[in-house]
Design a protein around this ligand. Structure first.
Ligand SMILES: NC(=O)c1ccc[n+]([C@@H]2O[C@H](COP(=O)([O-])OP(=O)(O)OC[C@H]3O[C@@H](n4cnc5c(N)ncnc54)[C@H](OP(=O)(O)O)[C@@H]3O)[C@@H](O)[C@H]2O)c1
Length: 396
């Protein structure tokens, strides 16, 4: 029986709230707090209609630790699940430290004025969390999150030495809009317009954005053009499994999506450099975000599936070469039926709920800051299917 405070009432927050509400034996009391309280209330109402459970809600600006500290002191959660934006990671971690509350998130910290995400800022909190005797679990969504756990599982069960790791992420769904992003547009566009990066033979190699691509055959979906991007789990997986010789991240994009993105970039709308408009400073990307559909609103007409997984080639425990592929297929319409959001938010929110459960039930233990591949993957892999993300295994 634990009290959990969820911060962020977007698409992912909606899924986490539904999922926690489905498990009252662990999450006995739930508070959903976000910048716009009306969004929390809408989610709480849906949860009440669906499961008859009352969720508390609150308005919170989590940019300032003092606001979060005040709310934590009032609600007294055992854990905070942060599914607001990456900009809030550090202020929320500060609030957790000040109140000795466990912390979990799904995306690493990113400063607002530089499009750069790295773990160094959050890893620097390790000693402080350790001294406080609390845990911070970083990157417990799908990718990062499930992909790190798939990798840890394959290391534990199949590979003496993992040589080549490819994380493959396909969204073969269609939301019927001309252009929209599947999660927060600002974060999504910052992620894919920066230079691509992968790791090979001890060094990071940089490429121009979207310049390396190839078709990858996704189970249940077929071949889809996939683009090499930098993604945050590459950084932690290389640190925690130094044996890896090469690791890359691939994501599918449709021609339509890429054409829209090119045009928006060419006219300057994806820039994060402020411009003066009618006497006021505005950030073009923030303005663009205001025009695009909210990710949480995409679910209703979304059809198709996501397929995300990890392919590993390396030396097996009996000395032979092994190729293993673990993946999940998630259906947009089914995710919507259950939680009112599409599969990208669903596949992020389910591991966040289960990660919180692992900590609160004492299965994942420790004090400090951890990436999820540092824990035993087996208890997580045993349970994740029953909560909505069954996995499959094959060779490739
Ligand atoms: N690991 C993964 O697989 C994965 C995949 C997708 C997304 N993510 C991460 O999940 C997080 C949520 O994504 P999303 O798609 O749900 O985004 P979203 O729909 O934009 O939701 C973000 C929510 O955070 C709230 N918020 C923003 N600033 C805040 C502040 N200062 N204080 C309190 N609340 C604040 C927003 O409030 P308003 O409604 O008032 O704007 C919004 O409700 C992001 O960090 C994203 O990077 C991870």
């Amino acid at each position: 029986m634990a009290r959990v405070m969820i911060i962020g009432a977007g698409g992912v927050g909606q899924v986490v709230t539904h999922k926690c509400a489905q498990v009252p034996e662990v999450f006995s009391d739930i508070l959903l707090a976000s910048r716009t309280k009306a969004k929390c209330d809408r989610i709480a109402e849906r949860v009440y209609q669906q499961y008859g459970r009352k969720i508390q809600t609150a308005a919170l600006d989590a940019d300032k630790p003092k606001n979060t500290i005040k709310l934590i002191k009032k609600f007294k959660p055992d854990m905070v699940i942060n599914v607001a934006l990456p900009y809030q990671d550090l202020p929320i971690m500060d609030a957790c430290l000040a109140t000795r509350t466990h912390y979990l998130d799904t995306a690493n910290y990113e400063p607002k004025d530089v499009a750069k995400f790295e773990y160094k800022w959050q890893w620097a909190y390790h000693e402080k969390f350790k001294e406080a005797g609390i845990m911070a679990v970083l990157g417990c969504g799908f990718d990062p999150g499930m992909t790190n756990i798939y990798t840890a599982y394959m290391k534990k069960h199949y590979f003496k030495k993992m040589k080549y790791v490819d994380i493959v992420d396909c969204n073969a769904g269609d939301h019927g809009k001309a252009f929209a992003t599947n999660f927060n547009p600002e974060i999504n566009i910052r992620e894919i317009t920066q230079k691509g990066r992968y790791y090979e033979n001890g060094e990071w190699k940089e490429i121009d954005p979207m310049s390396v691509h190839k078709p990858i055959d996704y189970p249940g979906v077929g071949p889809k053009e996939s683009y090499l991007l930098f993604h945050e789990e590459l950084e932690s997986l290389v640190k925690n499994f130094p044996e890896i010789e090469r690791i890359r991240f691939w994501m599918t994009f449709s021609e339509n999506y890429l054409t829209h993105l090119r045009v928006l970039q060419n006219v300057g709308l994806t820039s994060i450099k402020p411009v003066v408009f009618q006497g006021k400073k505005i950030v073009p990307l923030e303005f663009l975000k205001a025009l695009l559909p909210e990710p949480a609103s995409l679910g209703e007409n979304y059809r198709g599936k996501t397929v995300i997984g990890v392919q590993i080639e390396g030396e097996g425990y009996s000395g032979q070469m092994e190729r293993r592929f673990i993946y999940n297929i998630c259906d947009h319409a089914e995710s919507y039926k259950e939680t009112g959001t599409q599969a990208v938010a669903y596949t992020t929110g389910v591991p966040a709920m289960l990660g919180a459960m692992m900590v609160l039930t004492g299965v994942w233990k420790g004090a400090g800051v951890f990436n999820v591949e540092e824990f035993d993957p087996d208890p997580f892999m045993e349970k994740i299917g029953q909560y909505g993300l069954p996995w499959q295994e094959t060779t490739f």
